[in-house]
Design a protein around this ligand. Structure first.
Ligand code: SF4
Length: 770
């Protein structure tokens, strides 16, 4: 298969019925097939048998936690995790010869899938001003080049240091220390793009930016909400946890615009009944909510609970908890009682009977967990929506006790850990004070730029040097054309990467590729073999040990690259033992243990089987908010709407994709094969818009500025999505998300509520559903 960034592929779209169950034997077969296409059977066995095991390799796929030691399966991974890890373990190599054959202008025309498929980067490369080719450069000269550009800036705030969630705790700690020693808090990260809204809402209402549940809580909940989330594709082992919860008697309510396969039935391939049987039903009730209707849904549910309490005083709400541990109840209750049913029904697309049925489930449950992901966080009113979900949990005391709580499900494997390590443009003073006391310099106190503001600053020439550590910034971010223009305006762009991606083809005046070891690889430094640590979605911190020979002998670890760069840049202004950090990662963990709360005796505790769990004040009955209690809030905000003959578009991943990287053009669970340039539309909307199956359309987003944002050449596919709501794959449709369309307060791009019109182009393709 070959395809361009615009998706002109020599494959043909074919469409089959969407699947109604996830995993099973096909998942194993696809995982093995992809793995063996990437590398040898020996390397495949090495990665898979070590994956998510004690003393093994942490899966880079997502941040779902591992079962406790002694309870892990010998194949403790999912289809997607197996693909992701062997995508990194690939035997393909990108060498200097490759770059000699392929000018940057040609690489820029290739698809994300093609770029990824070329394999692992093997040596540092530079593209100099005026040149169309990357050429080799020594590590010394490459790092000297970055340091020289950084030191030449008029202000440290003219640099940005981006991180994706693949980066280990140790590398993240070194990176933020370097940035702050240099003098800036410009530390945008992928959390700005995925769960910033969760952190903002939870910090305000509960006093913690993280989820409050453990895997055991999920196993022992009575009722689990899965809201705005597609676990079958994005966190597949969550299905094992839901299966366990169901076995223990839990009920599950799925609230999501699309009827995703993993919400309905799970065939656990690790169990005989998952291989030969029909699998386990997941959702007991599925609510096909309109895009962005979740705030209305939870407001209505809260109103119903208050009314139930009126009818049966003392039996519905947890009055003791509300009185002892919360504030703001009366104002919240007054507001919730005013919730208008007409608005609720219009915004959710649900019936009152459906919502009342959910209330009845709630009234039967003592322990409730609410899980959510980017279907919630990427709306303009995401923060009030999450606050309202917290109201819901507080009403019946479902916070801070076993089997209950808030569960924001993170995507990238160490995105939560990176934030814990200080990767945030607005770290609190107590963290900065601790850095100062430990290292003897004064960190900058003014807030830096998040991802969206970094793009704005680059575009306006206020950021001149961009260093990206892991990730694929231009494909992860919104408003692709603006973002690419912003990158090109930089004086220097440098990427610490394992594989080729589109960000390497969108170059500043000078561009560097700094190739690094992957998490799967053996990392030997002066003191011997190293391991790194990561934190999962449930605050468990554990070690990850590389097992494979590095892809190239020239590669440096992320820690080594960052420590050497810091040494070259700030050695004369701060006295920090960068070389010691590179030589022995244990010395970094010693510093972390003295600076980051919850990490005391880090080196000793993290090597115990299973590592350590960070304390969450909420689970100790403490709410470090402005009132010292959990806070009920009044939440307003309308669901997004589209004008007549327009649709609301959500961007989403396919099943065969890891973050910004599609592996193929297939999306098995949704029945889409051979093309990613499809837009999923409700059949009645198609009739109303005069569209037929497989019509070719351009997607044009409508925003308050005069800029035309167009994603050309999509085929229309009828899909059971709610009326007025459409879906298409990211990153291809990031071009449609305006940079200024962000969640209130959190500044997270609103990629799930893009107003679009579909403009028909050319004649329809004739084939129908297969
Ligand atoms: S659920 Fe996530 S962490 Fe676990 S194996 Fe799958 S991709 Fe990896």
């Amino acid at each position: 298969m070959s395809s361009t960034p615009n998706g002109d592929s020599d494959e043909q779209l074919s469409v089959s019925e969407p699947k109604t169950w996830a995993a099973g034997v096909p998942a194993v077969a696809h995982a093995l097939q992809y793995s063996l296409e990437q590398t040898s059977p020996r390397r495949t066995a090495l990665t898979l048998l070590n994956m998510n095991q004690v003393d093994g390799i942490d899966c880079p796929g997502c941040a779902w936690p591992d079962p406790a030691p002694g309870h892990r399966h010998k194949n403790e991974y999912c289809e997607n995790g197996a693909k992701h890890i062997n995508d990194e373990a690939t035997s393909s190599r990108v060498t200097a010869d490759f770059f000699a054959q392929h000018p940057v202008s040609e690489l820029a025309q290739q698809s994300d899938e093609w770029l990824n498929r070329q394999g692992r980067l093997t040596e540092p490369m530079v593209k100099r001003p005026g040149s169309d080719h990357y050429v080799p450069i020594s590590w010394h000269d490459a790092l000297e080049m970055v340091a020289t550009e950084l030191r030449a800036l008029d202000s440290p705030d003219e640099a940005a240091f981006y991180t994706s969630g693949r980066v280990s705790n140790e590398a993240a700690f070194v990176l933020q220390l370097f940035a702050r020693a240099f003098g800036t808090n410009n530390l945008p990260d992928c959390s700005n793009l995925c769960h910033e809204s969760s952190g903002t809402a939870l910090s305000e209402t509960l006093g913690t930016g993280k989820g409050t549940v453990s895997l055991l809580d999920l196993h022992h909940a009575d009722l689990i909400f899965v809201v705005g989330q597609n676990p079958g594709t994005n966190h597949p082992r969550q299905l094992s946890a839901l299966e366990e919860a169901k076995r223990n008697g839990a009920r599950i309510i799925a609230v999501n615009p699309l009827p995703e396969a993993g919400l309905f039935r799970f065939k656990n391939p690790q169990k005989p009944r998952g291989v030969i049987g029909r699998g386990v039903p997941i959702a007991d009730q599925y609510l096909p909510i309109r895009l962005g209707g979740d705030l209305s849904f939870f407001r209505a549910l809260n109103r119903l609970l208050l009314e139930a309490e009126d009818a049966r005083p003392g039996e519905v709400l947890d009055h003791d908890f509300i009185a002892a541990s919360t504030s703001g109840f009366e104002e919240f209750a007054e507001h919730a009682r005013s919730t208008d049913w007409d608005t609720v029904l219009a915004e959710t697309g649900l019936s009152r009977a459906e919502i009342e049925a959910v209330r009845d489930e709630v009234l039967r449950a003592d322990r409730i967990v609410v899980c959510w992901a980017m279907g919630i966080t990427q709306h303009r009113h995401a923060v009030p929506t999450i606050r309202e979900m917290v109201n819901f949990l507080l009403l019946r005391g479902n916070v801070g006790r076993a089997g209950a709580g808030a569960c924001p499900v993170r995507g990238h494997s160490n995105v939560q850990g990176d934030r814990t390590m200080g990767i945030w443009e607005q770290m609190p003073d107590h963290f900065l004070d601790a850095l100062r006391d430990e290292f003897g310099f004064e960190p900058p106190r003014h807030h830096g730029f998040d991802a969206v503001n970094t793009i704005r600053a680059m575009h306006e020439g206020r950021i001149k040097v961009f260093l990206g550590v892991a990730g694929n910034f231009v494909r992860a971010t919104p408003d692709s054309a603006v973002t690419e223009e912003a990158m090109r305006r930089c004086r220097l762009t440098a990427h610490v990467s394992t594989k080729l991606n589109r960000s390497h083809t969108v170059c500043g005046e000078t561009a560097l590729i700094l190739p690094t070891l992957g998490r799967t690889e053996i990392d030997v430094q002066a003191s011997g073999e190293q391991f790194v640590t990561v934190e999962d979605s449930m605050s468990e911190v554990h070690a990850s040990h590389g097992r494979l020979e590095p892809a190239s002998r020239v590669l440096l670890s992320e820690v080594a690259i960052l420590a050497r760069l810091a040494n070259k840049t700030v050695h004369d202004t701060v006295d920090i033992p960068w070389q010691e950090f590179e030589d022995d990662y244990g010395t970094i963990r010693d510093r972390i243990s003295r600076i980051v709360p919850g990490f005391h005796d880090f080196n000793a505790r993290v090597v115990r089987p299973g590592g350590l769990r960070l304390p969450n004040p909420v689970n100790e009955g403490m709410f470090p908010t402005r009132t010292g209690t959990a806070i009920f809030t009044r939440n307003d905000g309308s669901a997004p709407t589209a004008p007549p003959r327009h649709l609301l578009l959500q961007t989403l991943r396919s099943h065969d994709q890891w973050n910004t990287v599609p592996y193929t053009n297939n999306d098995r669970y949704r029945g889409i094969h051979g093309s990613r340039r499809v837009v999923l539309v409700n059949a009645e909307d198609m009739d109303e818009l005069g569209l037929a199956e497989r019509d070719r359309v351009d997607l044009v987003s409508v925003w308050s500025d005069d800029v035309e944002r167009r994603a050309p050449g999509f085929e229309v596919v009828a899909y059971p999505t709610p009326r007025g709501c459409a879906a298409a794959y990211y990153p291809e449709t990031n071009v449609l998300v305006p940079l200024d369309s962000v969640a209130e307060v959190s500044n997270q791009p609103a990629s799930k509520s893009v107003v679009v019109r579909l403009e028909t182009v050319g004649a329809p393709v004739t084939a129908g559903r297969g």
